[in-house]
Design a protein around this ligand. Structure first.
Ligand SMILES: [Zn+2]
Length: 159
């Protein structure tokens, strides 16, 4: 069975800035109001016969959204970003552009990119392993990270 949580109606959202290095229009710092949709599939279990409690899924996703909200998302594994400092002010360059951003304005992520594709994979992996601790019968977690309304990237984490 599947449970579905619609990010707009369940308020699973965050607003963040990011950069997609070398991309013609997305290579400058810009922002999105992101919305996260969730589908969890698995066997029903426990006292109530839930796949997983909606509230538990929302709590996990909301915490992740809160960490990202109103931050510049920085992908530490991006091969096109040349980091000079990540312990104080975040200093890096992309081609000939130099950036210095306050540490508290940024969220450093262990990702290659902060595209909707990479963010959906990140959310799905995190959610999958956290939910597995609650219900071992979960077979997949599917996340759609929407960049605004009308476009998003789906990733499915299967067991
Ligand atoms: Zn963007």
């Amino acid at each position: 069975m599947k449970i579905i949580i619609n990010g707009i109606h369940a308020n699973l959202r965050f607003s963040s800035a990011h950069i997609i290095p070398k991309h013609e229009s997305c290579g400058v710092i810009h922002g999105h109001s992101y919305i996260v949709d969730v589908i969890v599939e698995g066997e029903r279990s426990g006292e109530f016969g839930f796949v997983v409690d909606f509230k538990k899924v929302k709590d996990i996703i909301r915490k992740m959204c809160k960490k990202m909200d109103h931050r510049v998302l920085i992908p530490l594994k991006n091969p096109n970003i040349n980091f000079k400092n990540i312990n104080g002010p975040i200093e890096f360059s992309i081609d000939k552009k130099d950036y210095i951003l306050p540490f508290e304005d940024c969220l450093l992520l262990d990702l290659k990119s902060t595209s909707a594709e990479d963010l959906s994979e990140y959310f799905a992996e995190e959610l999958y392993y956290k939910l597995k601790e609650i219900n071992n019968e979960i077979s997949s977690v599917q996340i759609c990270v929407n960049e605004g309304i009308g476009q998003g990237a789906y990733f499915t984490k299967n067991s």
